[in-house]
Design a protein around this ligand. Sequence first.
Ligand code: PMT
Length: 401
Amino acid sequence: MNNLSQKKILLIICGGIAAYKSLELIRLFKKQNVEIKTVLTKSAKEFVTPLSVASLSHGKVYDDLFDTENETEMDHISLSRWADLILIAPATANTISKLSSGSSDDLASTVVLASDKNVFLAPAMNVRMWEHPSTHKNISTLKSYGYKIIGPDIGDMACGEFGEGKMSEPKDIFSNVKIYFDQLNKNRKLKALVTAGPTNEYIDPVRYITNKSSGKQGYALAKALAIRGFQTTLISGPTNIQVDNNIDLVKVETADEMFKATQKNLPVDVAIFSAAVADYKIIEKMNKKIKKKDSLNLELEKNIDILNYVSNHNYLRPKLVIGFAAETNNISENAKKKLAEKNCDWVIANDVSNKSIGFDSNYNEVSIFYKNKKFKDEKIEIKKKSEISEEIVDRVVEHLN
Ligand code: PMT
Protein backbone atom coordinates (compact mmCIF):
# COMPACT_ATOMS: atom_id res chain seq x y z
CA MET A 1 0.00 0.00 0.00
CA ASN A 2 1.41 3.41 -0.92
CA ASN A 3 1.35 6.44 1.43
CA LEU A 4 -1.52 8.00 -0.52
CA SER A 5 -3.82 5.02 -0.46
CA GLN A 6 -7.03 5.71 1.45
CA LYS A 7 -5.97 9.26 2.27
CA LYS A 8 -8.86 11.71 2.18
CA ILE A 9 -8.43 14.84 0.11
CA LEU A 10 -10.97 17.60 -0.10
CA LEU A 11 -10.41 19.26 -3.47
CA ILE A 12 -11.77 22.78 -3.81
CA ILE A 13 -12.08 23.92 -7.41
CA CYS A 14 -12.40 27.67 -8.03
CA GLY A 15 -13.51 29.45 -11.17
CA GLY A 16 -10.65 29.81 -13.62
CA ILE A 17 -9.72 28.43 -16.99
CA ALA A 18 -7.32 26.05 -15.20
CA ALA A 19 -10.30 24.33 -13.57
CA TYR A 20 -10.30 21.77 -16.37
CA LYS A 21 -6.85 20.61 -15.21
CA SER A 22 -8.38 19.63 -11.86
CA LEU A 23 -10.14 16.78 -13.65
CA GLU A 24 -6.72 15.32 -14.49
CA LEU A 25 -5.67 15.88 -10.89
CA ILE A 26 -8.68 13.89 -9.64
CA ARG A 27 -7.76 11.10 -12.04
CA LEU A 28 -4.17 10.98 -10.72
CA PHE A 29 -5.36 10.77 -7.13
CA LYS A 30 -8.03 8.16 -7.84
CA LYS A 31 -5.37 5.97 -9.48
CA GLN A 32 -3.62 5.88 -6.08
CA ASN A 33 -6.84 4.99 -4.21
CA VAL A 34 -7.19 8.44 -2.67
CA GLU A 35 -10.68 9.27 -1.43
CA ILE A 36 -11.77 12.56 -2.96
CA LYS A 37 -14.60 14.88 -2.06
CA THR A 38 -14.97 18.03 -4.08
CA VAL A 39 -16.28 21.53 -3.47
CA LEU A 40 -17.02 23.72 -6.49
CA THR A 41 -17.33 27.48 -6.12
CA LYS A 42 -20.15 29.17 -8.00
CA SER A 43 -17.82 30.38 -10.74
CA ALA A 44 -16.02 27.01 -11.00
CA LYS A 45 -19.28 25.64 -12.41
CA GLU A 46 -18.83 28.00 -15.37
CA PHE A 47 -15.67 26.08 -16.28
CA VAL A 48 -16.31 22.44 -15.29
CA THR A 49 -19.59 20.65 -14.78
CA PRO A 50 -20.49 19.07 -11.45
CA LEU A 51 -21.37 15.92 -13.41
CA SER A 52 -17.85 15.46 -14.82
CA VAL A 53 -16.29 16.15 -11.39
CA ALA A 54 -18.68 13.69 -9.70
CA SER A 55 -18.03 10.98 -12.32
CA LEU A 56 -14.26 11.20 -11.98
CA SER A 57 -14.16 11.53 -8.19
CA HIS A 58 -16.84 8.84 -7.70
CA GLY A 59 -18.49 11.06 -5.16
CA LYS A 60 -20.84 13.85 -4.46
CA VAL A 61 -19.94 17.41 -5.42
CA TYR A 62 -20.58 19.99 -2.71
CA ASP A 63 -21.32 23.49 -3.89
CA ASP A 64 -23.77 25.25 -1.61
CA LEU A 65 -23.34 26.40 1.98
CA PHE A 66 -27.10 26.43 2.46
CA ASP A 67 -27.98 23.20 0.68
CA THR A 68 -30.23 21.45 3.24
CA GLU A 69 -29.70 18.01 1.69
CA ASN A 70 -25.89 18.29 1.70
CA GLU A 71 -25.79 20.05 5.05
CA THR A 72 -27.67 17.25 6.79
CA GLU A 73 -25.51 14.64 5.09
CA MET A 74 -22.20 16.43 5.60
CA ASP A 75 -22.04 20.04 6.78
CA HIS A 76 -19.11 22.39 6.25
CA ILE A 77 -17.57 21.42 9.61
CA SER A 78 -17.79 17.67 8.94
CA LEU A 79 -16.34 18.20 5.47
CA SER A 80 -13.28 19.94 6.88
CA ARG A 81 -12.90 17.34 9.66
CA TRP A 82 -13.28 14.47 7.17
CA ALA A 83 -10.27 15.53 5.10
CA ASP A 84 -6.64 14.62 5.76
CA LEU A 85 -5.70 17.54 3.55
CA ILE A 86 -7.48 20.37 1.74
CA LEU A 87 -6.25 21.17 -1.74
CA ILE A 88 -7.44 24.26 -3.60
CA ALA A 89 -6.72 23.97 -7.31
CA PRO A 90 -7.05 26.26 -9.07
CA ALA A 91 -6.96 28.91 -6.33
CA THR A 92 -8.11 32.21 -7.83
CA ALA A 93 -7.05 35.69 -6.68
CA ASN A 94 -10.55 36.16 -5.29
CA THR A 95 -10.48 32.99 -3.17
CA ILE A 96 -6.93 33.74 -2.01
CA SER A 97 -8.09 37.18 -0.92
CA LYS A 98 -11.11 35.73 0.91
CA LEU A 99 -9.02 33.12 2.71
CA SER A 100 -6.42 35.64 3.80
CA SER A 101 -9.07 37.90 5.32
CA GLY A 102 -10.95 35.04 6.99
CA SER A 103 -14.12 35.67 5.03
CA SER A 104 -16.68 32.84 4.88
CA ASP A 105 -19.41 33.76 2.44
CA ASP A 106 -19.53 30.49 0.49
CA LEU A 107 -18.96 26.80 1.14
CA ALA A 108 -15.31 26.80 -0.02
CA SER A 109 -14.15 29.66 2.22
CA THR A 110 -16.22 28.42 5.17
CA VAL A 111 -14.79 24.91 4.98
CA VAL A 112 -11.22 26.26 4.92
CA LEU A 113 -11.86 28.71 7.75
CA ALA A 114 -13.32 25.90 9.86
CA SER A 115 -10.45 23.53 9.11
CA ASP A 116 -7.64 22.37 11.36
CA LYS A 117 -5.95 20.50 8.50
CA ASN A 118 -3.08 21.26 6.18
CA VAL A 119 -4.14 23.44 3.27
CA PHE A 120 -2.37 23.40 -0.10
CA LEU A 121 -3.13 26.00 -2.77
CA ALA A 122 -2.25 25.97 -6.45
CA PRO A 123 -2.80 29.59 -7.55
CA ALA A 124 -3.88 30.36 -11.11
CA MET A 125 -4.46 33.83 -12.46
CA ASN A 126 -3.31 36.45 -14.95
CA VAL A 127 0.32 37.58 -14.52
CA ARG A 128 -0.67 41.12 -13.47
CA MET A 129 -3.08 39.77 -10.89
CA TRP A 130 -0.36 37.48 -9.54
CA GLU A 131 2.16 40.31 -9.41
CA HIS A 132 -0.25 42.72 -7.73
CA PRO A 133 0.96 43.75 -4.25
CA SER A 134 -2.38 42.79 -2.73
CA THR A 135 -2.02 39.21 -4.03
CA HIS A 136 1.54 39.08 -2.69
CA LYS A 137 0.33 40.32 0.69
CA ASN A 138 -2.48 37.75 0.73
CA ILE A 139 -0.13 34.91 -0.22
CA SER A 140 2.31 35.88 2.50
CA THR A 141 -0.57 35.97 5.02
CA LEU A 142 -1.63 32.48 3.94
CA LYS A 143 1.97 31.27 4.26
CA SER A 144 2.02 32.62 7.80
CA TYR A 145 -1.02 30.43 8.54
CA GLY A 146 1.08 27.46 7.41
CA TYR A 147 -0.70 27.04 4.04
CA LYS A 148 1.51 25.56 1.35
CA ILE A 149 1.61 27.29 -2.02
CA ILE A 150 2.33 25.16 -5.10
CA GLY A 151 3.48 27.22 -8.08
CA PRO A 152 2.28 29.06 -10.04
CA ASP A 153 4.28 28.36 -13.21
CA ILE A 154 5.53 30.76 -15.86
CA GLY A 155 4.19 30.45 -19.38
CA ASP A 156 1.65 31.48 -22.01
CA MET A 157 -1.71 32.26 -20.50
CA ALA A 158 -5.20 31.63 -21.79
CA CYS A 159 -5.70 35.42 -22.01
CA GLY A 160 -2.81 35.68 -24.47
CA GLU A 161 -0.29 37.22 -22.07
CA PHE A 162 2.92 35.61 -20.89
CA GLY A 163 4.30 35.41 -17.37
CA GLU A 164 3.95 33.88 -13.92
CA GLY A 165 0.44 32.82 -12.92
CA LYS A 166 -0.30 29.56 -14.72
CA MET A 167 -1.52 26.80 -12.45
CA SER A 168 1.15 24.14 -11.88
CA GLU A 169 0.70 21.00 -13.92
CA PRO A 170 -1.51 18.34 -12.28
CA LYS A 171 1.45 15.92 -12.07
CA ASP A 172 3.46 18.55 -10.14
CA ILE A 173 0.58 19.29 -7.75
CA PHE A 174 0.12 15.55 -7.31
CA SER A 175 3.80 15.02 -6.53
CA ASN A 176 3.82 17.89 -3.97
CA VAL A 177 0.93 16.23 -2.16
CA LYS A 178 2.59 12.82 -2.40
CA ILE A 179 5.87 14.15 -0.98
CA TYR A 180 3.88 15.69 1.88
CA PHE A 181 2.22 12.37 2.78
CA ASP A 182 5.49 10.42 2.35
CA GLN A 183 7.24 12.82 4.72
CA LEU A 184 4.32 12.72 7.14
CA ASN A 185 4.55 8.95 7.22
CA LYS A 186 8.26 9.06 7.96
CA ASN A 187 7.83 11.72 10.65
CA ARG A 188 5.01 9.80 12.37
CA LYS A 189 7.64 7.40 13.63
CA LEU A 190 9.48 10.29 15.27
CA LYS A 191 8.89 11.83 18.68
CA ALA A 192 9.40 15.49 19.52
CA LEU A 193 9.45 17.31 22.82
CA VAL A 194 9.16 21.08 23.19
CA THR A 195 9.40 23.16 26.36
CA ALA A 196 7.65 26.51 26.31
CA GLY A 197 6.59 29.48 28.38
CA PRO A 198 7.85 30.80 31.69
CA THR A 199 8.08 29.02 35.03
CA ASN A 200 6.70 30.39 38.30
CA GLU A 201 8.96 30.04 41.33
CA TYR A 202 6.88 30.46 44.46
CA ILE A 203 7.87 32.68 47.36
CA ASP A 204 4.72 31.89 49.33
CA PRO A 205 1.32 30.44 48.30
CA VAL A 206 0.31 33.59 46.37
CA ARG A 207 3.53 35.21 45.20
CA TYR A 208 6.09 34.03 42.72
CA ILE A 209 9.04 35.07 40.57
CA THR A 210 8.47 34.73 36.82
CA ASN A 211 9.35 36.33 33.47
CA LYS A 212 7.67 37.76 30.37
CA SER A 213 7.62 34.60 28.23
CA SER A 214 4.18 34.05 26.68
CA GLY A 215 4.87 30.57 25.30
CA LYS A 216 4.01 31.73 21.73
CA GLN A 217 7.31 30.62 20.20
CA GLY A 218 7.23 27.16 21.80
CA TYR A 219 3.56 26.57 20.99
CA ALA A 220 4.17 27.55 17.37
CA LEU A 221 7.06 25.09 17.20
CA ALA A 222 4.95 22.29 18.67
CA LYS A 223 2.19 23.06 16.17
CA ALA A 224 4.61 23.01 13.22
CA LEU A 225 6.07 19.67 14.39
CA ALA A 226 2.66 18.06 14.94
CA ILE A 227 1.40 19.20 11.54
CA ARG A 228 4.41 17.47 9.96
CA GLY A 229 3.45 14.24 11.70
CA PHE A 230 5.79 14.20 14.72
CA GLN A 231 4.33 12.69 17.90
CA THR A 232 4.68 15.93 19.80
CA THR A 233 4.74 16.56 23.54
CA LEU A 234 4.61 20.17 24.67
CA ILE A 235 5.70 20.82 28.23
CA SER A 236 4.45 24.24 29.05
CA GLY A 237 4.73 26.69 31.89
CA PRO A 238 1.69 28.90 32.61
CA THR A 239 0.26 30.43 29.39
CA ASN A 240 -3.13 31.31 27.94
CA ILE A 241 -2.68 29.53 24.62
CA GLN A 242 -4.92 26.74 23.32
CA VAL A 243 -3.34 23.70 21.65
CA ASP A 244 -4.62 21.51 18.86
CA ASN A 245 -5.54 18.00 19.89
CA ASN A 246 -2.69 16.44 17.90
CA ILE A 247 -0.29 17.72 20.59
CA ASP A 248 0.17 16.10 24.02
CA LEU A 249 0.16 19.06 26.36
CA VAL A 250 1.70 18.74 29.83
CA LYS A 251 1.04 21.81 31.93
CA VAL A 252 3.54 22.63 34.68
CA GLU A 253 4.25 25.60 36.83
CA THR A 254 7.73 25.42 38.32
CA ALA A 255 11.12 24.53 36.85
CA ASP A 256 11.18 21.40 39.01
CA GLU A 257 7.84 20.30 37.54
CA MET A 258 9.09 21.06 34.02
CA PHE A 259 12.17 18.96 34.70
CA LYS A 260 10.14 15.99 36.01
CA ALA A 261 7.73 16.17 33.04
CA THR A 262 10.68 16.26 30.64
CA GLN A 263 12.32 13.24 32.27
CA LYS A 264 9.02 11.36 32.11
CA ASN A 265 8.64 12.03 28.38
CA LEU A 266 12.08 10.85 27.25
CA PRO A 267 13.23 9.30 24.99
CA VAL A 268 12.44 11.47 21.99
CA ASP A 269 14.13 12.02 18.62
CA VAL A 270 14.22 15.80 18.83
CA ALA A 271 13.95 18.11 21.83
CA ILE A 272 13.54 21.87 21.52
CA PHE A 273 13.97 23.96 24.64
CA SER A 274 12.26 27.29 24.06
CA ALA A 275 11.03 27.77 27.64
CA ALA A 276 12.31 30.70 29.62
CA VAL A 277 13.00 28.63 32.72
CA ALA A 278 13.60 30.68 35.85
CA ASP A 279 17.27 30.37 36.72
CA TYR A 280 16.61 30.44 40.46
CA LYS A 281 14.05 29.20 42.96
CA ILE A 282 13.40 30.18 46.57
CA ILE A 283 15.34 27.99 48.98
CA GLU A 284 12.64 28.00 51.61
CA LYS A 285 9.19 28.57 50.20
CA MET A 286 6.79 29.87 52.89
CA ASN A 287 3.67 27.76 53.45
CA LYS A 288 1.68 30.79 54.56
CA LYS A 289 1.36 34.21 52.94
CA ILE A 290 4.23 36.41 54.11
CA LYS A 291 3.10 39.41 56.15
CA LYS A 292 4.23 42.83 54.98
CA LYS A 293 7.51 43.99 56.53
CA ASP A 294 9.86 46.88 55.81
CA SER A 295 12.23 44.64 53.96
CA LEU A 296 12.38 41.05 52.87
CA ASN A 297 15.41 38.96 52.01
CA LEU A 298 14.92 36.05 49.71
CA GLU A 299 17.50 33.35 49.45
CA LEU A 300 17.64 31.75 46.04
CA GLU A 301 19.28 28.65 44.69
CA LYS A 302 19.89 27.59 41.11
CA ASN A 303 17.24 25.55 39.34
CA ILE A 304 18.33 22.40 37.58
CA ASP A 305 19.23 23.10 33.95
CA ILE A 306 16.78 20.88 32.04
CA LEU A 307 18.48 21.33 28.69
CA ASN A 308 21.87 20.47 30.17
CA TYR A 309 20.47 17.35 31.79
CA VAL A 310 18.93 16.12 28.52
CA SER A 311 21.84 17.00 26.24
CA ASN A 312 24.33 15.22 28.49
CA HIS A 313 22.24 12.14 29.19
CA ASN A 314 24.34 9.09 28.46
CA TYR A 315 21.61 6.95 26.90
CA LEU A 316 18.47 9.10 26.54
CA ARG A 317 20.03 11.99 24.62
CA PRO A 318 17.78 12.83 21.64
CA LYS A 319 19.32 12.67 18.15
CA LEU A 320 18.81 16.40 17.92
CA VAL A 321 18.93 18.79 20.90
CA ILE A 322 18.05 22.42 20.24
CA GLY A 323 18.44 25.17 22.81
CA PHE A 324 17.23 28.74 22.67
CA ALA A 325 19.13 31.81 23.81
CA ALA A 326 17.39 35.08 24.59
CA GLU A 327 20.10 37.71 24.37
CA THR A 328 20.24 41.49 24.55
CA ASN A 329 23.86 41.93 23.44
CA ASN A 330 26.83 40.03 21.96
CA ILE A 331 24.27 37.65 20.52
CA SER A 332 26.55 35.51 18.42
CA GLU A 333 29.24 35.25 21.10
CA ASN A 334 26.77 34.36 23.87
CA ALA A 335 24.85 31.90 21.70
CA LYS A 336 28.05 30.08 20.69
CA LYS A 337 29.04 29.90 24.36
CA LYS A 338 25.68 28.29 25.20
CA LEU A 339 26.01 25.92 22.26
CA ALA A 340 29.25 24.58 23.70
CA GLU A 341 28.45 24.78 27.42
CA LYS A 342 25.04 23.14 27.09
CA ASN A 343 26.21 20.50 24.60
CA CYS A 344 23.43 21.39 22.12
CA ASP A 345 23.39 20.48 18.44
CA TRP A 346 21.91 23.87 17.59
CA VAL A 347 21.29 27.06 19.52
CA ILE A 348 18.61 29.41 18.26
CA ALA A 349 19.28 32.92 19.47
CA ASN A 350 16.78 35.75 19.56
CA ASP A 351 17.57 39.38 20.21
CA VAL A 352 15.24 40.38 23.04
CA SER A 353 16.54 43.95 23.26
CA ASN A 354 14.08 44.81 20.48
CA LYS A 355 10.75 45.09 22.33
CA SER A 356 8.62 44.44 19.23
CA ILE A 357 9.97 40.90 18.81
CA GLY A 358 10.94 38.01 21.08
CA PHE A 359 9.18 37.91 24.48
CA ASP A 360 5.38 38.05 24.26
CA SER A 361 5.32 39.18 20.63
CA ASN A 362 3.81 37.39 17.63
CA TYR A 363 7.08 38.06 15.80
CA ASN A 364 10.65 36.94 16.20
CA GLU A 365 13.99 37.11 14.43
CA VAL A 366 16.41 34.29 15.06
CA SER A 367 19.94 33.21 14.31
CA ILE A 368 20.74 29.52 14.22
CA PHE A 369 24.17 28.37 15.38
CA TYR A 370 25.19 24.80 14.55
CA LYS A 371 27.65 22.59 16.43
CA ASN A 372 28.44 20.67 13.27
CA LYS A 373 30.46 23.11 11.23
CA LYS A 374 29.32 21.37 8.06
CA PHE A 375 26.33 23.71 8.37
CA LYS A 376 26.69 27.44 8.06
CA ASP A 377 25.22 29.56 10.87
CA GLU A 378 22.23 31.46 9.51
CA LYS A 379 19.67 34.12 10.27
CA ILE A 380 15.91 34.06 9.75
CA GLU A 381 14.82 37.67 9.42
CA ILE A 382 11.85 39.09 11.30
CA LYS A 383 8.72 37.01 10.72
CA LYS A 384 5.68 35.69 12.55
CA LYS A 385 6.60 33.05 15.12
CA SER A 386 4.45 30.57 13.17
CA GLU A 387 6.58 31.16 10.04
CA ILE A 388 9.86 31.03 11.96
CA SER A 389 8.70 27.71 13.44
CA GLU A 390 7.87 26.31 10.00
CA GLU A 391 11.38 27.19 8.83
CA ILE A 392 12.99 25.67 11.92
CA VAL A 393 10.94 22.47 11.48
CA ASP A 394 11.97 22.34 7.78
CA ARG A 395 15.56 22.16 9.00
CA VAL A 396 14.70 19.61 11.71
CA VAL A 397 13.06 17.32 9.14
CA GLU A 398 16.00 17.69 6.79
CA HIS A 399 18.45 16.95 9.59
CA LEU A 400 16.63 13.87 10.92
CA ASN A 401 16.22 12.40 7.47
O1 PMT B 1 7.52 32.63 25.03
P1 PMT B 1 7.58 33.78 24.04
O2 PMT B 1 6.93 35.03 24.57
O3 PMT B 1 7.10 33.37 22.69
O4 PMT B 1 9.13 34.17 23.88
C1 PMT B 1 10.01 33.23 23.34
C2 PMT B 1 11.38 33.26 24.06
C3 PMT B 1 12.05 34.61 23.85
C4 PMT B 1 11.19 33.03 25.57
C5 PMT B 1 12.20 32.07 23.45
O5 PMT B 1 12.35 32.30 22.08
C6 PMT B 1 13.58 31.96 24.10
O6 PMT B 1 14.53 32.60 23.74
N1 PMT B 1 13.70 31.07 25.12
C7 PMT B 1 14.93 30.87 25.91
C8 PMT B 1 14.96 31.92 26.98
C9 PMT B 1 16.24 32.03 27.77
O7 PMT B 1 16.50 33.04 28.29
O8 PMT B 1 16.98 31.02 27.82
P2 PMT B 1 18.29 30.90 28.78
O9 PMT B 1 19.40 31.67 28.21
O10 PMT B 1 17.94 31.11 30.21
O11 PMT B 1 18.54 29.38 28.63
C10 PMT B 1 19.18 28.79 27.50
C11 PMT B 1 18.52 27.50 27.18
O12 PMT B 1 18.52 26.62 28.30
C12 PMT B 1 17.06 27.61 26.74
O13 PMT B 1 16.86 26.67 25.73
C13 PMT B 1 16.28 27.23 28.01
O14 PMT B 1 15.01 26.67 27.72
C14 PMT B 1 17.21 26.21 28.63
N2 PMT B 1 17.13 26.15 30.11
C15 PMT B 1 17.54 27.21 30.85
C16 PMT B 1 17.50 27.13 32.23
C17 PMT B 1 17.02 25.94 32.84
N3 PMT B 1 16.96 25.83 34.15
N4 PMT B 1 16.63 24.92 32.08
C18 PMT B 1 16.67 24.99 30.72
O15 PMT B 1 16.27 24.03 30.04
